[in-house]
Design a protein. Structure first.
Length: 367
């Protein structure tokens, strides 16, 4: 009889675990398969570990407990490393990944020769507006940057053969992005769709900065664009008691014919690129590195890029007061509601980002 390992990352999920356990047992009891249920407690602060331990009278239940919150990727990797099944899957404990799909997923592997049966949601019901928006942005960006296929709506919920699991584990990435790794290893995959549902209990643990960090791991891990992007650092300035970062864009032909706007400022009339004030974000000092450009650290890389950096730096130093004033004008206009609708809608929500930035840094202190 084949063995099915189910990996279940958990962070503060005391309410969801009983529902998940009952539903999985109900589905798998009608399957001709041996079950291994692996809960991974990712440093929960509630009674998650206690609830998991209460299920260990069931010999099919195993668990791993982290000393602190390392994140979902670490939990998935630990679970994959522990799993001994012929087939292995990863599921969210909130039942947004329906266990009812398991029989069909096993059938597709056994009867149709797939190495992986992956799932994607056809809707984002149960997601916050922030998560829906950020998810859309991520797939738009990664689709343009990466040569590795990233399927919109893809879930971590997928059934894999032992062969594929070993291939994924062999990828010794430091900052893991499993959706990218699953695609990168290249096994024959069947996609099935389902309608996303509300969580069965509890609240989501994803906030803006966790989603942002997770998206960066995906972009950095599965595209070459960051090799270029990383050097186009941007500019830092103060607005009130906050530090803000505004990204620089490299020069494009259209920049020279575009007009400066309240949210868009040309560097040397566009010949050296632009500053996108609409995309400026608040940052803390430990969220960025200040790099001094000199002959030593400009000696590496493409010559034309070195030249562009030098020219941008010189221009920005000469016009620093103008840059800062324009950023404050946009910020104040956004706060006061004085912007035209089309400009307002393409700007970041500065007050919300300041709140989330503060929350993120408080979380870092607690961890």
């Amino acid at each position: 009889m084949k063995k099915l390992s189910i990996i279940v990352p958990c962070f503060n999920e005391e309410e969801s675990i009983p529902y998940f356990y009952d539903e999985v047992k109900k589905v798998t009891k009608n399957m001709d398969i041996k079950l291994e249920l692996i809960f991974v407690d990712d440093g929960s602060r509630d009674k998650t570990l206690e609830v998991i331990k209460s299920k260990t009278d069931d010999k099919e239940v195993k668990y791993i407990s982290f000393s602190r919150n390392f994140g979902k990727e670490a939990a998935m990797y630990a679970g994959l490393s522990m799993a001994s099944g012929d087939y292995v899957t990863i599921m969210d404990v909130d039942l947004q990944d329906p266990p009812s799909l398991l029989p069909e997923m096993v059938r597709l592997i056994e009867e149709e020769g797939y190495d992986c049966v992956a799932t994607k949601s056809t809707s984002r019901n149960g997601y916050s507006f922030l998560r829906k928006t950020f998810t859309k942005w991520f797939y738009d960006i990664i689709g343009k940057m990466s040569k590795t296929e990233m399927v919109p709506g893809a879930r971590d919920y997928r059934l894999m053969t032992r062969q594929m699991v070993e291939a994924v584990l062999s990828m010794k990435e430091y900052n893991r992005y499993s959706k990218g790794l699953f695609s990168f290893v290249g096994f024959k995959t069947k996609w099935i769709e389902f309608e996303n549902k509300e969580r069965v209990a509890g609240t989501t643990k994803w906030n803006f900065w966790k989603l942002f960090s997770y998206a960066l791991d995906g972009i950095v891990g599965f595209s070459t664009a960051p090799l270029t992007m990383a050097a186009f650092i941007g500019v830092l300035f103060s607005i009130g008691d906050k530090e803000y970062f505004a990204p620089l864009s490299s020069p494009k032909p259209k920049h020279q014919i575009m007009k400066n706007n309240i949210d868009f400022f040309k560097i040397d009339n566009g010949t050296l690129g632009v500053i996108n004030f609409n995309n400026m974000i608040p940052v803390y000092k430990d969220n960025y590195d200040v790099i001094t450009l000199n002959k030593h650290n400009l000696s590496k890389g493409r010559k034309e890029y070195q030249t562009l950096l030098k020219k941008q730096l010189l221009w920005l130093n000469k016009n620093s007061d103008i840059v800062r004033k324009k950023s404050i004008i946009l910020y104040n206009a956004y706060i006061s509601g004085a912007l035209y609708k089309n400009i307002y809608e393409r700007c970041c929500n500065f007050p919300l980002l300041e709140v989330k930035c503060d929350e993120y840094n408080k979380e870092k202190v607690l961890i």
